[in-house]
Write a protein that binds this ligand. Sequence first.
Ligand code: CO
Length: 300
Amino acid sequence: MEEEELEQILDKYRAAGRILIEVREGVLKLVKEGESLLRVAEFVESGIAAKGGEPAFPCNISRNEEAAHATPSVNDATVFSADDVVKIDLGVHIDGYIADSAVTVDLSGEHEELVRASEMALNEAIKIIHDGVTTSEIGEVIGNTIKECGYKPIVNLSGHGLLRYDSHAPPTIPNVRYEQGVRLKANDVIAIEPFATDGGGKVVESGNVEIYSLKKEKPVRMREARKLLGAIRKYKGLPFARRWLPQERLNLALRSLKSAGILREYPVLKEEDKGLVSQAEHTVIIKEDGCEIITARNRV
Ligand code: CO
């Protein structure tokens, strides 16, 4: 790739990161006891659009033992409770180039250490990143930091690479040490996202699905399904929320696309022991001697 072309691409990642930072700062002020989850998700998603980006995926608002993939349903009336541990995971893309970041808000004020465990793990991981670092070295630092804080890393959730219109590209960035590491190189863009818990350290799928993506285009015959397929093509394979879709006969159309193998589902992931979960996430560009954090004001 030409140097100039590479810089243009990296600048799109950086622009997505700047929008994400502003929206994240706004949403942190909004998450309070009694506030509606739907209002918060809409604040994030419309805020991204108002600033010239597009949501790379629906705003995830996962609470307590939920670790990921929770997002409000259409007309959702759920509000935050006084003791919620809230994970807000948001993504912005510009022309398909994605910035991905998450923060945890502890509304009770009683789980500061749990929140700090994932934040510290993220910071320690960022410190060792440079051209040539392996994903197993990153996983080891994340896992050890969380354990030193007295918690468990969630072993079956991980960070990931980012590619154009691909919010979960290889390589996997594990939250524990593992054998088959991949060597990262300068200008790779990755998201690092440690999860800490006071439970067993594993998530399981719950039955709830509000997020989908287009897995594979296939011809469909049912009129409703064809219409829905037309509506979801515009996300170009990125995840979307059920509440973003035209609601008329939606369940029927979704079922049809699902059974044809066209849709991927993202069920809500919960900690297996109902442990509380905290999460911290940044997107970084790997550099020769470090990395550039595109989702933080302090980029290095
Ligand atoms: Co991510």
